[in-house]
Design a protein around this ligand. Sequence first.
Ligand SMILES: O=C(CO)[C@@H](O)[C@H](O)COP(=O)(O)O
Length: 243
Amino acid sequence: MADRPPRRHRLAPSILSADFARLGEEVQRVVEAGCDVIHFDVMDNHYVPNLTIGPLVCEAIRPCTKAPIDVHLMVRPVDALVPMFAKAGADIISFHPEASDHVDRTLALIRDQGCRAGLVLNPATPLHHLDHVMDRLDLILVMSVNPGFGGQSFIPSALDKIAAIRRRIDAHTERTGAEIWLEVDGGIKPSNIRAVADAGADTFVAGSAIFGARDADGGYHEVVRALRAALEEAPASTGGRSA
Ligand SMILES: O=C(CO)[C@@H](O)[C@H](O)COP(=O)(O)O
């Protein structure tokens, strides 16, 4: 079998930690600093105990960047919001299987609306939710914190889960040729991003680590450089995966 090409790593700042008074500028600044994807957290104070932003804000930031907008729906029910976010300019829409009565239908709806479809697994959500829907997926998002808030600590058991999903994705890609992104969200920073990448992730959501550097020396450029430098380190020589 031919060697796989090196995995492309994408940085996805979560705007939950951005300065909302200057959101358009913040989006432009993180993309200029070298980020790839804008991660857009939608919370409904029902599925998760927090309330954030909706399609109106997505529409407002859409003209600020060409980077894909990756909408993470932490809402229940899900379906009514899908066309609204598609119309507002979302490129990717992900949701939690516990929040949809008909997961297959919701995934199909997202693609029908012209977006890429993702499923999100909470720390305690089992992998069997991926059974029977791999053909419908463009992205799998592994939560390494319980959803609802930025600034939490990475849950180390996420690493084994990421590795198990990486094996499933690779087998699926081998069989079908289809690409599925493996994104990880929660508590990611320069000190643990390499372990997350080694476990098999290709897309890294970071909220407080990136936007928290707003006023630091070097600002967003410096934290992006630190995250990329950590990703490019030589692989760890032991099995120790500190996160
Ligand atoms: O969806 C969520 C939390 O529910 C995340 O996207 C957080 O916003 C990530 O923030 P940090 O853990 O990186 O601060």
